[in-house]
Write a protein that binds this ligand. Structure first.
Ligand SMILES: Cc1cc2nc3c(=O)[nH]c(=O)nc-3n(C[C@H](O)[C@H](O)[C@H](O)COP(=O)(O)OP(=O)(O)OC[C@H]3O[C@@H](n4cnc5c(N)ncnc54)[C@H](O)[C@@H]3O)c2cc1C
Ligand code: SF4
Ligand code: SF4
Length: 1009
């Protein structure tokens, strides 16, 4: 099938709109969001459909067949090889097809829809003591349909096998529209039996070729599983040697059929786990040991190399954990460690396994090289560190990036040491290097050489990629390994299928494709007849000389993005000076391009990222969707002026600027900051609305409004006024606004004995205990008791406290202006605040704030506003109230006489507190209260997010965010004291749960004895 004409795609769009109930997405920005997966490729789809019902999918397949438009099934789109991009109708299963259809506890099976996320399945299975054990690293977002499509493999595959070993059946549509049940060959219907007979005969005919060419390792995921009829895998596909036709679809990358449901084999959740960390003096020693270690029957043997160890040691948060896994004594520490895990039901037996491990290492000449981690918490911490190390590696700035194209070659363990040595030499010869990690147990070590894929010519990324791939392939052949051992074929490794299996089997694969999908409807050009891996026209960053070379537009950014405007040296990873990277947008585009589409922002775990996706499940309202749309706009791929166009506005609109991505995105994509940059350009062209002016200008008029509190509160007191405010300003009539009051902090500050500015400066110089309270507009005007409480608590602990005076708004950080894109005015405000605080900060007086969004602006956006060193000085002293108290308490300088609270304490962390790692400090401070055992509510954003939830257009999504976890958690605990430091969080809690939350300072004040 060729690329359809415009007429055909228009017709396709029209028919999908009229005949299905799905969301039909054909505009350029929406298509662009489905043009990439976690590979280096980009191919614009014809359009995308987010089906609501199975009927929608069946109809879409029929319509696409009628119009000769290819169909590409999609889950989370986290594939690394380009199998999830194509010039096709993309059908996204991930929004509406995430149900568990049936669990059979007796047989230990589950039947699921293809869009179900692995972790969501396992969460449901946990109560039954079961799990689905193909534990891919992307389990928080990867869908079962995608995992089956790729024949995915988890860290514990040595114990449980790959996807193919754990799929028992599949129901799938063929391209002629027939729905076929694939399963054990003994029970097949007529159509499936005919397919089975065809493939069986094909396998019989190719028996000799199969034996000669098929890699004899478990981790082989290339091509089709023709060997189900003549098993070549180290681990047979079925326990009784029978054939299951569903296995033909596993690893087929959506090229043979469209999966409607999958039946999966479940395993018992291991009751106990122990971990032995083996320290090796050389990398080679670790590689040589792997073959011996697996004989002990571990469930995982995972590698962490020296680079990863160093990265973890450099991070204060991870240092204690990684140190606890290292043995002092090796000069400079071990060159590599292997994490050897044993699981089972008998803990004593597992502990004996650790003894066996130590004994084996002694026999191998490395006595005393094992650190034992028998307890769950240290094990969990160490696995986290391993993951984080990879994330740091992925966050390398500059155009050279670690590129995944040979990162999952699988070799027999006896060759692992020679293979890794030789490949390291290959990298060096090509002027690059790679960091090694992951699955030593099955000979699949991940490694990504650093390449600049946007550079062209003989020394460009594509040329180097090919050269390295060819040399790596030769090494794999010498070791009789598998070139594609985990991540599939896609665009990247399709051409190596023929190399791996030879022309006869390649032809047999083509015959399989013809048998199941004779019209080539499903994901054409993958597995069969693939393009060249280094066809630059298919790259996301297409190099010069291709049909659409990647270039960025010229743009003068309003914030300082120069830290991203750098290049790196692939051999040393050294970064050039800020601003030297040659970015035509001053570094903004390079910051956006940091998104490598790994899809981690689709997770639903205890973290924050990404609340708008959690509420909508739309690719558009996801960090990745936003980054992709921005990248396409900044590179002119959405047409002229796309940066200030409606499509981009809609994409950024539901970003609540929670900064969750700033911390949780593996590559540090900071969409909240990007939204400020975007809004500045958008509003500069489109102008500010009345709502913008009203919300952004609040700190400016708050003092006056509070003088006339009665009048100012009429909006909520006068019938019809709220309705009018919705009409005029877009403020939701369903919300009450914060109440104005005339006794603001500045008018009540006489209640506390504040020190003068000169006094605190003088005292600080003498080493006395001092602080300056940065009272923000919101606490200062609407909840002055919070600021007074903080002052009283600090005073009670013996601190001299100063508070900034109200001087025409010189107390304000400009947060509301930033949120509206009024960056020039925000810079002026921030400059004034910094100047006010500077003499205090220079004297070493800590700047203590109450409102996370405001105080943390001093440590975040203030540093990219061109304020230079003075902003750095102030930032270095800026602390949230609890950070300050926790720090002082840890130093033994803070003591209070407090009484017990008499009720459980629940903490809702403000998103910015979480983004800056400041939640633990709040818990520490609450623990100062006798008998207090504060519990953190595991939730993402509360949905209010400053003024976001007050806006009528956001009300529904705001409430969906709140109802996801926060409000139900509060309703379950009516007796608990609720602590929430964010002003808007407290409003949301009052609105949604009818409960009063307290600032931590207020609770401490209440408990003063
Ligand atoms: C950082 C990172 C770490 C990773 N770690 C691992 C790992 O540990 N182990 C591993 O194996 N992989 C890993 N991967 C690769 C990838 O995450 C997995 O292959 C994952 O299982 C893909 O799931 P998905 O939902 O994103 O699939 P998608 O990328 O959406 O789809 C994968 C393939 O399945 C097909 N497909 C999807 N749905 C259907 C359907 N209904 N019918 C037919 N075909 C369908 C698609 O067309 C595509 O060809 C990693 C990727 C990244 C970025
Ligand atoms: S935004 Fe971050 S987490 Fe999301 S896909 Fe991009 S790199 Fe991954
Ligand atoms: S700032 Fe928050 S809402 Fe916006 S993209 Fe990042 S995680 Fe999502």
């Amino acid at each position: 099938m060729s690329m359809p004409s415009n007429d055909v795609s228009t017709l396709l769009e029209r028919r999908l709109r009229t005949e299905t109930q799905g969301e039909v997405l054909f505009d350029a920005a929406a298509r662009g969001r489905y043009a990439t997966d976690a590979s280096i490729y980009q191919v614009m789809p014809v359009g995308a459909l987010v089906p609501r019902t199975e009927r929608d999918i069946a109809l879409a397949i029929d319509i696409a067949r009628d119009l000769k438009v290819p169909v590409l099934a999609r889950g989370a789109g986290t594939s690394q090889c380009g199998q999830t991009v194509g010039a096709a109708l993309v059908i996204d299963n991930s929004k509406h097809f995430g149900r568990v259809l049936h669990i059979d506890l007796a047989r230990r099976t589950a039947t699921v829809e293809p869009g179900l996320v692995l972790d969501h399945l396992n969460a449901q299975l946990k109560t039954h003591g079961l799990w689905f054990p193909v534990d891919v690293s992307t389990g928080a977002q990867a869908t079962l349909g995608g995992m089956a499509g790729n024949n995915s493999c988890g860290s514990r595959s040595i114990a449980y096998g790959n996807m193919v070993h754990n799929v028992l059946g599949a129901s799938a549509w063929l391209s002629d529209g027939t729905l076929v049940d694939f399963g054990p060959c003994a029970d097949l219907g007529a159509r499936a039996a005919a397919i089975a007979a065809f493939v069986r005969e094909l396998a019989a005919r190719h028996r000799g070729e199969i034996e000669a060419h098929w890699p004899k390792v478990m981790r082989r995921v290339a091509g089709y599983n023709l060997d189900i009829f003549h098993n070549q895998s180290e681990r047979p596909y079925t326990s009784d040697g029978s054939v299951n036709l569903a296995h033909l679809l596993v690893g087929a990358e959506g090229t043979l059929a469209y999966t409607r449901s999958l039946t999966l084999k479940l395993s018992e959740l291991p009751r106990a786990k122990v971990l032995g960390v083996v320290n090796f003096p050389t990398f080679r020693a670790a590689m040589e040991a792997a073959q011996h270690l697996v004989r002990l029957g571990p469930t995982a043997v995972e590698l962490v190399d020296r680079t990863m160890i160093d990265l973890s040691l450099a991070n204060p948060a991870f240092r204690p954990t990684i140190e606890s896994a290292l043995i002092a004594g090796h000069a400079g520490g071990p060159a590599a460690i292997l994490l050897v895990e044993f699981c089972g039901s008998d803990r004593q037996a597992l502990l004996r396994k650790l003894d066996d491990l130590a004994g084996l290492m002694g026999e191998l000449g490395l006595p005393d090289s094992v650190v034992r981690l028998p307890d769950d918490a240290p094990q969990k911490n160490l696995w986290e560190v391993r993951k984080a190390g990879l994330n740091i590696m992925m966050s390398l700035k500059g155009d050279g990036k670690p590129v995944s194209f040979i990162e999952d070659c699988a070799v027999p363990l006896e060759h692992l040491a020679d293979y890794t040595d030789a490949l390291t030499e290959v990298f060096a010869r090509h002027g690059t290097r790679g960091t090694w990690y992951a699955h030593a147990s099955v000979g699949t070590l991940h490694v990504r050489p650093i390449l600049d894929m946007r550079s062209g010519g003989p020394a460009g990324g594509a040329a180097r990629m090919r050269a390295i791939a060819e040399e790596a392939a030769e090494l794999v052949r010498r070791c009789r390994g598998a070139y594609s051992g985990e991540h599939g074929d896609g665009l990247c490794r399709g051409e190596w299928i023929r190399w791996q299996f030879g022309p006869a089997i390649d032809e047999a694969f083509r015959a399989i494709k013809r048998e199941l999908d004779p019209i080539g409807l499903f994901n054409p050009g993958r597995i069969v007849d693939p393009p060249k891996m280094d066809d630059g026209a298919l790259f996301r960053f297409a190099p010069p000389g291709t049909s659409r070379p990647y270039r960025t537009i010229a743009l003068v950014p309003v914030l300082d993005w120069s830290a991203w405007n750098v290049q790196n040296d692939p051999a040393t990873e050294r970064i050039t000076a800020p601003g030297s990277g040659g970015d035509t947008t001053g570094g903004f585009a390079k910051a956006v391009e940091m998104c490598n589409n790994n899809g981690h922002c689709r997770k639903f775990d205890a973290g924050t990222m990404c609340p708008s996706y959690r509420a909508t499940r739309d690719e558009q309202h996801l960090t990745r969707g936003r980054a992709n749309t921005l990248r396409l706009a900044l590179s002119g791929q959405l047409g002229p002026d796309a940066l200030t166009g409606e499509a981009l506005y809609e994409t950024m609109d539901l970003c609540v600027s929670c900064k969750g991505c700033r911390r949780e995105c593996p590559t540090g994509v900071d969409m909240a900051r990007m939204k400020i940059e975007f809004l500045a350009h958008f509003k500069a062209r489109r102008g500010f609305s009345l709502q913008d002016r009203l919300l952004a200008g609040l700190p400016g008029y708050a003092h006056l409004a509070s003088r006339f509190a009665l009048l100012s509160n009429l909006r909520d007191d006068l019938p019809g006024a709220a309705w009018l405010s919705e009409r005029l300003f877009g403020l939701s009539a369903r919300r009450r606004l914060p109440r104005w009051r005339s006794d603001t902090f500045w008018r009540s500050r006489g209640e506390v004995a504040f020190a003068s500015r000169d006094d605190v400066i003088g005292l600080a110089r003498q080493g006395a205990r001092t602080a300056v309270l940065f009272v923000d507009t919101f606490n200062g005007h609407f909840e002055p008791h919070n600021a007074l409480a903080a002052a009283r608590v600090l005073r009670a602990a013996g601190y001299a406290v100063h508070a900034l005076a109200w001087r025409k708004g010189r107390h304000c950080c400009g947060r509301t202006l930033l949120a509206a894109g009024m960056v020039d005015r925000a810079k002026a405000k921030m400059a004034a605040l910094v100047d006010e605080l500077l003499p205090l900060a220079r004297a070493g007086v800590p700047v203590v704030g109450l409102e996370p969004a405001c105080l943390l602006t001093l440590r975040d956006e203030a540093l990219v506003m061109g304020l230079g060193e003075r902003a750095q000085v102030v930032a270095s002293q800026a602390l949230l109230f609890e950070e300050f108290v926790a720090r002082e308490a840890a130093l033994g300088r803070f003591a209070l006489n407090l009484k017990a609270a008499g009720a459980p304490i629940l903490l809702h962390g403000h998103c910015h507190q979480k983004a800056f790692g400041a939640v633990d400090a709040v818990l520490d401070v609450l623990r100062l209260i006798p008998d207090a055992k504060p519990e953190l509510i595991e939730n993402s954003c509360c949905g209010m997010a400053g003024s976001f939830g007050y806006q009528a257009s956001h009300y529904d999504v705001s409430m969906r965010m709140a109802e996801a976890n926060l409000l139900p958690a509060l309703r379950r605990r009516p007796e608990a004291i609720i602590v929430a430091d964010g002003t808007s969080c407290r409003s949301q809690i009052e609105h949604g749960a009818n409960r009063q939350a307290l600032h931590a300072a207020r609770l401490l004040e209440r408990q003063l004895a």
